[in-house]
Design a protein around this ligand. Sequence first.
Ligand code: ZN
Length: 346
Amino acid sequence: MNTYNTSQSPTRVKDRSRRGFLKLFTGGVAASVFGGGVVGGALTYWSGSQNAAPHPLVNATSLLPLTVTTSGGMHIHHIQTGYVAVKRAHRSYEGRDGTGIAAIITDRGWTQWMPISAWVIEHPEGVIVIDTGETSRVISDIDYFNCDPGTNFVYTSFLRFALQPDDEILPQMQQLGIKSAEVRWVVQTHLHSDHMGGLPGFKDSEIIVSELDYSASTGPLPCRYPEWLSPTFSRFDDGSFPGFEHVMQLTRAADVFIVPTPGHSPGHQSVMLVEEDVTYFFAGDASFDECQMLSGGTAGIASQPAVMRQSLSAIRTYAQSTPTIHLPSHDHESRDRLQNRSTVQI
Ligand SMILES: [Zn+2]
């Protein structure tokens, strides 16, 4: 597993070897704005100012897969496919009066590195993967986002990535002894790059996505969908839970459900594993962290901020009715919450 150097100045980080040092993606527009370039054949990140750079919080152990066993005897694995940083204005985007994008563009400050999470549930009916994380091609292939001019600017200007090939979901699943061919379902909470980068590795699985997101003109990266992709669209017509009038039942055992949590993207969805004592709520980017969910703030370039707040309200309603372990993709605390079985306190 990769280790990262945490002591280097955040102002300039050089890639000096295949392992042990942080590679940062700048690419395209961002490279020219911030001065990224190629030095000695390796990608180099160069920031224009100390404040413009994200502070690396990475350490050697944070990338190891984490496995817990539920009271029902299932294994849940947290797999971290590297890190992403966004502009501060992006993280708390309100989208009011069309000024949100301008605020992001002019903001020179970056958030701390946030984990990019994927989840694997070893369910008796088959392995379930929730989001497939990011691909290291966002760093190794400078043209990765260029195939979609509509979203290229956003990905290369508003986001930074840090990961290497070993951080991708497939090598980490291999470490866990799980082959992609064993995966029965892949549920994509949404189709932003950092959630679907590993999708090409799951040719034998049923891929479940939101039809709204699949047909969205911006945000997803259709040019990077695998050629074989013929997804199942989620349908919410299987009954209800507190906060959610309509859900989709995934398993015959009626313990895994997909629930609509739109707003971050038009068709954003979350996954619930419901056990007798607790519910594991895989929240994708419904919020960037639990504080945002509790306060009703909006995360990312929310396509519909008001709808997003309604989704967060629905999650709170559910969590008030049932002990819930809340697991947003980019929350530093998600991993500990899973390990310690920490439930939402409202
Ligand atoms: Zn997203």
